[in-house]
Design a protein around this ligand. Structure first.
Ligand code: BGC
Length: 759
């Protein structure tokens, strides 16, 4: 790496300003006289979308492997596999002359309506963070950069360029930031891409708190922040806010504005220098990896097939799967012939080859006869004749495989979904086919949850095949014929209906704002808290074998938060075929001062087991597994007390529970003030020695005044203690001032001073 300081010392102000805005759609500005090369970036995330001419924003891209999209990748729950995909993507970047791939996309699935959910991993920040970190480590281990995006709270496509996500501090810290934080701390992506939207009124591209205070200073991000394409509104404000590189370019006016701002003193040159330094570091780092050559097309296609099979989720199976030597299979549905394997928008890959499900089924079907019916049209029209043809074909066969793909006009980057339903034709088709052929297997291709109430009961099996990548057709055949035992589990809840979803009343927002009113209760956190039934819970997925859990154990019954805890359980394959199980570890805080979700995923592990085999699965829980973010203290805190460790096969299928006691080592700063309530004083442990005697006197006086004991209603029928709890100490004392030796505010100030001197 050349000496960046010395290069910067030789750069003119104009050159520095120019470096901070792209030279073209996909390249940074080179400075030839100083040997600063250009850097090439390309979408991302589940394959490389390298356009031949880097000056062209949109043109057919060069062939690359289209791996399954994030919904499927996440359903593998396999961090090693994500790393392997990352490595393959990096090899393709090298061959296609790409320095940085624009991914992974790591936003939370706040609502299943988000049109871009197919590109996001999960509704759970822990799972998303772990997967993103593995993918990044895979890519970057090969010397290619990544762009962790879209930072942050880009959870809908509706008005995504302007909407303000109104999110409270705790929700941001516990739900919308941790997946980025984990990925960053475990993998240091070379770049982070800021989102289009605003958070609490401030564009992410100008958001100093987000980009500088949190990302760079608190988390220690070493790379550069790049804008989402066109997310910059005011270049000078965005530099001040911590946005290092604006894309795409060229934008001469922006460069001029930066130069003028520095000259006029409106922008501190140190801010520009910081951005230049970050950009140069990454540009030179990227140049260390020689580009060119070829990649192994066949090997990557095979990997795409293996991954696809690993992430498909068996949602229902009455025993029909795996298929047992059927003689005549009706293959119905357009997507059997025209595979739907990726989503619309910037992530769209030009695949090296595509497996057609019908063809792949034929290859594994032995001598079975396969007959095809289209079932539904490419557009949204209703065509009864297609349904009639399909039922005729289904009736004549001994099993029907019904391929249903949610069309791009219902789900894509750029717009949100209007509902969670399939098209009317698709619903009618499934109902008609299952009515005449009870041995019907539905294979779904979609990027996020769909509803199934109208038709699920009639089916024999349902396989969620997601946007399965270019080799998904082969993977479907592998799963249906039992060459692969399905092991995918849902990384998002499938609700019974749209009106049940957590953000339902607070989506898509109005007047330019969307209020995250459900707070930390998204996904299963919400359904659990509301005790609501769902169609398929988070973490759920079927297998052709069964697993038993036994001998749960924890490393300690009582432990310090900083020491963490190790949780183990034995898992046995109790069925007849080899399979894989993902063990999930959730934490439940039995008593907390702030409301917490009933359970939160804090660890998981996937194991492969032969029939009859037992393995021990071990998961490590650290401080953060037990902590929550307290907005009053602006920090992660733990509280003394009992926690349940829930070990399960899904969020709704907890197999073992272990109860442990945590000892908190967190030292809380004093946040008591004149208005603090009695409860605040009691809750703040360091204040207890000072406050307890005062509290006893107050209680006694209250009981005397109201003629009742602590818990019994006094003369006016109230629980005096309960009544006291939420009164400010100052107010309560003022109320009794006549009986006090000095003014109430002097007493409170004195107590505050004593507590502060103790902490
Ligand atoms: C998308 C990004 C993408 C960029 C470049 C934007 O519209 O939000 O995810 O990387 O375009 O194509």
């Amino acid at each position: 790496m050349p000496d960046i300081q010395s290069i910067m010392a030789q750069m003119t102000l104009e050159e520095k300003a120019a470096l901070c805005t792209g030279a073209s759609a996909w390249t940074t500005q080179p400075v030839e006289r100083l040997g600063v090369p250009q850097m090439v970036v390309s979408d991302g995330p589940h394959g490389v979308r390298r356009v031949p001419d880097v000056h062209s924003l949109s043109q057919p891209s060069l062939p690359a492997t289209c791996f399954p999209t994030a919904s499927l990748l996440a359903s593998t729950w396999d961090t090693d596999l994500l790393c392997e995909v990352g490595q393959a993507v990096a090899e393709e970047c090298i061959a296609l002359n790409v320095d940085v791939v624009l991914g992974p996309s790591n936003n939370m699935k706040r609502t299943p309506l988000c049109g871009r959910n197919f590109e996001y991993y999960s509704e759970d920040p822990y799972l998303s963070g772990e997967l993103a970190a593995s993918f990044i480590n895979g890519v970057q281990g090969k010397g290619v950069g990544t762009s962790l995006k879209h930072f942050a709270a880009n959870n809908q496509e509706f008005q995504r360029l302007t909407i303000s996500a109104q999110v409270d501090e705790r929700t941001l810290r516990e739900i919308y930031l941790p997946a980025f934080e984990t990925a960053l701390k475990k993998a240091q992506p070379w770049t982070v891409m800021c989102a289009y939207n605003k958070i609490n009124g401030v564009y992410c591209s100008e958001n100093h708190e987000l980009l500088v205070d949190i990302l760079k200073n608190e988390w220690g991000f070493e790379g550069l922040v790049v804008s989402d394409w066109g997310a910059v509104h005011d270049r000078v404000a965005s530099l001040r806010g911590g946005l290092d590189l604006e894309m795409p370019g060229p934008r001469d006016q922006r460069v001029k504005a930066v130069v003028e701002a520095v000259r006029s003193g409106k922008l501190d040159e140190a801010v520009l220098n910081e951005a230049v330094h970050r950009i140069l570091r990454i540009v030179f780092k990227a140049a260390e990896t020689p580009k060119g050559g070829t990649f192994d097309v066949a090997a990557h296609h095979a990997l795409a097939r293996r991954v696809a099979a690993e992430g498909m989720v068996l949602l229902k199976n009455n025993g029909i799967l795996p298929l047992q030597n059927p003689n005549h299979i009706a293959v119905i549905g357009r997507s059997a012939q025209v595979p739907h394997f990726q989503g619309g928008g910037s992530s769209h890959i030009n695949p090296t080859q595509v497996d057609v499900p019908f063809v792949e089924l034929q290859k594994l079907a032995g001598n079975a006869e396969l007959t095809y019916a289209e079932g539904y049209p490419a557009d949204n029209s209703f065509q009864q004749t297609l349904i009639d043809e399909a039922t005729t074909v289904a009736q004549a066969a001994d099993v029907a495989i019904l391929f249903i793909a949610l069309p791009t006009f219902k789900e894509s980057e750029g717009y949100d979904r209007a509902d969670l339903d399939l098209t009317p034709q698709q619903v009618a088709l499934i109902k008609a086919v299952t009515a005449v052929q009870p041995r019907t297997v539905v294979v779904l291709n979609n990027g996020s949850a769909v509803t199934m109430n109208e038709w699920l009961d009639g089916t024999a099996a349902v396989l969620e095949a997601w946007m399965m990548g270019q080799a998904g057709g082969g993977a479907i055949a592998d799963v249906l014929f039992g060459k692969v035992n399905p092991s995918g589990k849902l990384a998002e809840t499938f609700p019974l209906k749209l009106a049940h979803t957590p953000a339902y009343l607070n989506y898509p927002g109005e007047n330019g704002e969307v209020r995250y009113g459900e707070g930390v209760f998204i996904g299963y956190r919400y359904y659990d808290a509301k005790e609501m039934p769902v169609l398929f819970p988070f973490g759920y997925g079927g297998s052709y074998t069964t697993f038993a859990y036994s001998s749960p154990r924890v490393s300690a019954r009582t432990f310090k938060d900083v020491d963490g805890l190790t949780v183990s359980v034995d898992v046995t394959n109790t069925g007849k075929v080899a399979g894989k199980e993902t063990v999930q570890v959730y934490v439940h805080d039995r008593h907390s001062r702030l409301a917490r979700p009933p359970k939160e995923l804090k660890g998981f592990a996937k194991v492969a087991l032969q029939p009859g085999e037992t393995k021990t699965v071990t998961v490590r829980l650290d401080f953060r597994a037990f902590a929550y973010y307290h907005p009053a203290y602006h920090q992660w805190i733990t509280e003394d007390g009992e926690f349940d460790i829930l070990i399960g096969a899904s969020s709704a299928d907890i197999r073992c529970t272990e109860t442990v006691t945590l000892q908190s080592t967190v030292k809380l700063p004093c946040v008591l003030h004149r208005e603090s309530t009695i409860r605040d004083w009691l809750d703040y442990a360091p204040a207890r020695p000072v406050f307890d005697p005062v509290f006893q006197q107050l209680k006694a006086r209250m009981a005397a005044d109201f003629g009742g004991g602590d818990e019994q209603g006094g003369v006016i029928g109230m629980d005096t203690l309960g009544f006291m709890m939420d009164m400010p100490l100052l107010g309560l004392l003022q109320f009794q001032e006549a009986a006090l030796p000095m003014p109430a505010d002097a007493i409170v100030d004195g107590l505050l001073a004593q507590v502060r001197s103790l902490t």
